[in-house]
Design a binder for this molecule. Structure first.
Ligand SMILES: *Cc1c(COP(=O)(O)O)cnc(C)c1O
Length: 380
């Protein structure tokens, strides 16, 4: 069986986990959390990076820091993971979905301005497959209407837009280190903050509403309850696992890109024959090979291809069921404008196996199986 995903594992993770155990420091904010925060800050240029228990919790922190109030509106695409919306729904916001661009599957930046009302507080672009949204346009709109921008960069670690790391273009950026992402700690994430003014509140929020971070730095002589908060900091054991991968990020990234390019080059003939669609990377974007997907003609063909691949030992999956059509989406959101592409394009999409260290023989089998599927279909 060729798995769709194998959690990233470089081979040095145990060394650092062992070190954390030997240090007798396994709760949060020890040296490995600091190493990871520093790595993110150096790599992306963000003002502040805070490791969190997930991207979901980073999004929740961002929604809180944006001071979202009940009945505020937040604009995003409907083709995204539930957490992008939930984080804001938890604060009482109404989600306003707009259509995607069919070429990148990202929010259509041209539709955002028309969806803005007097209640709009934030725009939440999600960078699908690690390929950036059209951030210049989005930031320009945000500036003109004084809106905050929270980037869901769960899939975008190591990707850039016009030379800038994803996650540092908006006011807040959220990374995921879930086991399905490019770099992992099992469950984990990070909040990236651009404006220094938000940093203190973020640290307090993450540390159960206490000023413990200031206490550790010697800025206060005892720590106490100073604001609302929760627990958003991960264990050192998880941070140690992640650190092993972050210091090898370039190598992991190159390995993924090699596999991604293999798919691209070898599936291109099927694109030329008009059989399938493949990802489009705009000129301003450098991507991190988070995902390789193809687009079939329609949902019937896609489901047939999933079954065919499964019969040939290949696990390929689809996502997302557009949020606006889900039970919770109907309750917490509304779709602004027409759904020209969100539903139609999501039904065509199929993700192929891609992970760090996937064997080139396996990539060949996947390509051959897809080609055989279309060869057979021709003769039907
Ligand atoms: C994976 C993912 C998340 C959630 O990440 P967790 O770390 O599992 O909370 C959020 N948004 C997008 C777009 C994702 O792909």
């Amino acid at each position: 069986m060729i798995s769709f995903n194998v959690p990233p594992y470089y081979g040095n993770e145990e060394i650092y986990i062992h070190e954390a155990i030997q240090n007798h420091k396994i709760c949060g904010d020890g040296q490995f959390t600091k190493y990871c925060n520093n790595w993110i800050e150096e790599k992306t240029g963000t003002t502040k990076a805070l490791l969190t228990t997930s991207c979901t919790s980073a999004l929740e922190m961002a929604a809180f820091l944006c001071d979202i109030k009940p009945d505020d509106e937040v604009i995003m695409s409907s083709f995204t993971f539930v957490s992008t919306a939930n984080a804001f729904v938890l604060r009482g916001a109404k989600i306003v979905f707009v259509d995607i661009r069919p070429d990148t599957m990202n929010i259509d930046e041209k539709l955002i301005e028309n969806a803005i009302t007097s209640k709009t507080r934030a725009i939440v672009p999600m960078h699908y497959a690690g390929i950036s949204c059209e951030m210049d346009t989005i930031m320009d709109i945000a500036k003109r209407y004084q809106l905050l921008v929270v980037e869901d960069a769960a899939q975008g670690v190591m990707s850039t837009y016009r030379g800038k790391a994803l996650g540092v273009i908006g006011d807040f950026g959220c990374f995921s280190f879930h086991e399905t992402k490019n770099y992992s700690m099992g469950e984990g994430g990070a909040l990236l903050i651009q404006n220094q003014n938000y940093v203190e509140r973020a640290e307090i929020l993450r540390e159960k509403g206490t000023n413990r971070s200031q206490f550790w730095r010697g800025q206060v002589d005892k720590y106490t309850w100073v604001d609302v908060g929760s627990s958003f900091l991960p264990s050192e054991l998880n941070a140690a696992y992640l650190y092993g991968q972050l210091i090898k990020a370039e190598e992991i990234n190159e390995n993924r890109l090699k596999s991604w390019n293999f798919y691209y080059d070898h599936l291109y003939p099927l694109v030329e024959q008009g059989k399938i669609g493949i990802p489009f990377v705009p000129n301003d974007c450098v991507h991190n090979a988070h995902m390789f997907y193809i687009k079939t003609n329609d949902i019937i063909e896609r489901d047939a291809l999933i079954r065919y691949l499964k019969e040939h030992g290949i696990e390929a999956v689809f996502h997302y069921i557009p949020l606006h059509s889900a039970t919770a989406g109907l309750k917490f959101g509304r779709f602004h404008g027409d759904d020209n592409y969100t539903t139609k394009e999501s039904e065509r999409l199929l993700r192929l196996p891609l992970y760090y260290g996937i064997k080139s023989e396996d990539l060949k089998i996947v390509v051959e199986s897809i080609s055989n599927f279309y060869e057979k279909r021709k003769s039907l």
